[in-house]
Design a protein around this ligand. Structure first.
Ligand code: BES
Ligand code: ZN
Ligand code: ZN
Length: 490
């Protein structure tokens, strides 16, 4: 979608569709309509429209521009996230009516800066204007098109810069969804590595892809163990963005890239295996957050590290009871081949800390079913060894609407990872506290660095549309990480 601006006061054509936002229970609503839109107030009885959040109405006017009304709720309840959600309703109407161009008039609100209103509405529109229909043939597709142009009528001076920022971050969120929704046949380790290599075209970005031989040479025994059952080789992608050459500090994001999680020998049953092509959502979020940071030209330095493999079942698969040696020398007993995400992340975290020496490490992963049980599809769980890093992430989460909630890394959980034959087991001796145990395992592979672990098992994928996040891949994490890197003092 193309976002442009026009200053207030210009005329409208009959063929235009004008989007107007109205708060709830504003008795003077008709008078609140800008002068340029007086024709609306004259033609429509606005009293039928309540203005509840995300309430929408399409009003075709004979011989005049069509109007889409969008409610934004009670003024006292309006914030950035509520505006994003309300704006998502507009995309729904546009799809229904096959409207591909809109003129958007952002509301003037007493309690909120015009710049933030504009940004939030643009974001809500962009993020909800999405559908994954690559595999629908013309005959079976719904034939409905997306919005191509949105012109914002605004006097806001910074509008072009705000819309440019929204465009970059939102477009990369949609690209992240595409890569996750893509079938595992194509979104496989080499497919993702190929996608990563294209980022090296951006100023300041370099990309290194380590293949099987190099991964063997580096002795990443856990990534290789998970890969054993797959005919597709593993890959380790390291993306570097240098936006502040004067600083030696690097932010690092490490994303779980299991391109299909069958569970391995501990095979997942029906009902749990179908959507496991999305088990690389962490890697996708890491890739596209670095891409967005580079396109925004943020004056920061950043690494994205992506351990990539399938977790398959075959004659060569790793087995429960096997023992493998991690990159850092720790021996790990495989208690369950379905706890594979923590294995590939352990090698990637140890590698990142030792070889890249970043100022902080944040991993992002669809790690545990327990996280879905605890938080559903609404909030992501996180654990950290550093309160300041935790606060930074939480604040970025609140600002973007990608909300995270902390769980404890209490020492007493550690004894549950005891193994009779190796240093540790990859699963807990107890059934409970699954998300915490994933974090406790990963913590062992970060020696001194500031580290946080984001479990996005629930938020990466929606079972139904929720506001501006569609069904299936949501792209969760891209906006959170970009915002975090922007706030981080690097
Ligand atoms: N990829 C799954 C976690 C998952 C489950 C993500 C549901 C999204 C939706 C992960 O690899 C896994 O299978 N974890 C196991 C760990 C267990 C064996 C300790 C789980 O959560 O059951
Ligand atoms: Zn698994
Ligand atoms: Zn998994």
């Amino acid at each position: 979608m193309n976002l442009t601006t026009r200053t207030t006061g210009s005329g409208f054509k009959k063929s235009d569709t004008v989007v107007l936002f109205l708060p709830e229970q504003d008795k003077k609503r008709a008078h609140a309509v800008p002068a340029a839109l007086k024709f609306i107030a004259d033609s429509i009885d606005l009293s039928h429209f309540k203005g509840k959040s995300a309430e929408t109405a399409f009003i075709p006017l004979a011989g005049k521009p069509a109007v889409i009304l969008c409610g934004i709720g009670k003024e006292k309840d309006i914030d950035a996230e509520s505006l994003r959600r309300s704006a998502a309703g507009v995309s729904g109407i546009c799809r229904d009516k096959s409207i591909t161009g809109i003129i958007v008039i952002p509301p003037e609100l007493k309690g909120m800066a015009g710049a933030l209103v504009l940004e939030s509405i643009a974001e809500g529109l962009f993020l909800s204007n999405y559908s994954y229909d690559k595999y629908k043939t013309g005959r079976n597709g719904n034939g409905k098109s997306l919005v191509k142009h949105a012109i914002f009528l605004t006097g806001e001076k910074k509008a072009p810069a705000i819309l440019k920022k929204v465009e970059i971050i939102s477009r990369n969120t949609l690209l992240c969804r595409d890569l996750i929704n893509e079938i595992s046949e194509k979104s496989d380790p080499l497919g993702i590595a190929r996608e990563a290599r294209t980022l090296a075209r951006l100023p300041g970005v370099t990309c290194t892809v380590y293949g099987r031989k190099e991964i063997q040479k580096m002795k990443m025994g856990l990534l290789l163990a998970v890969n054993q059952g797959s005919r597709r080789p593993p890959a380790l992608v390291v993306l570097t963005y240098r936006g502040n050459p004067r600083s030696k500090k690097f932010f690092s994001i490490i994303g779980k890239g299991i391109t299909f999680d069958s569970g391995g020998m501990n095979l997942k049953p029906s009902g749990h295996i179908e959507d496991m092509r999305t088990d690389m959502a962490g890697a996708a979020a890491a890739l596209f957050s670095l891409k967005a940071v580079a396109e925004l030209k943020l004056p920061k330095n950043m690494y994205a590290v992506l351990p990539l493999t399938e977790n398959m079942l075959s004659n060569d698969s790793y087995r429960p009871g096997d023992v493998f040696t991690a990159y850092d020398g720790t021996t790990v007993e495989i208690g369950n081949t379905d706890a594979e995400g923590r294995l590939i992340l352990a090698d990637a975290l140890a590698f990142t800390e030792k070889r890249l020496k970043p100022e902080c490490l944040v991993d992002i992963a669809t790690l545990t079913g327990a996280c879905v049980v605890t938080f559903g599809e609404i909030v992501a769980g996180y654990l950290t060894t550093d309160d300041d890093l935790g606060r930074l992430l939480e604040e970025a989460g609140a600002a973007t609407g990608e909300v995270i909630w902390r769980l404890p890394l209490h020492k007493d959980y550690e004894e549950n990872l005891k193994s009779d034959i190796a240093d540790i087991s990859n699963v807990s001796a107890e059934k409970n506290s699954g998300t915490i145990m994933g974090g406790i395992f990963l913590k062992k592979f970060v020696k001194t660095g500031k580290w946080a672990h984001l479990d996005i098992a629930g938020t990466a994928r929606n079972s139904k549309p929720r506001g501006y996040r569609p069904k299936n891949a949501t792209g969760f994490g891209v906006r959170l990480i970009v915002e975090t890197v922007g706030r981080w003092k690097g």
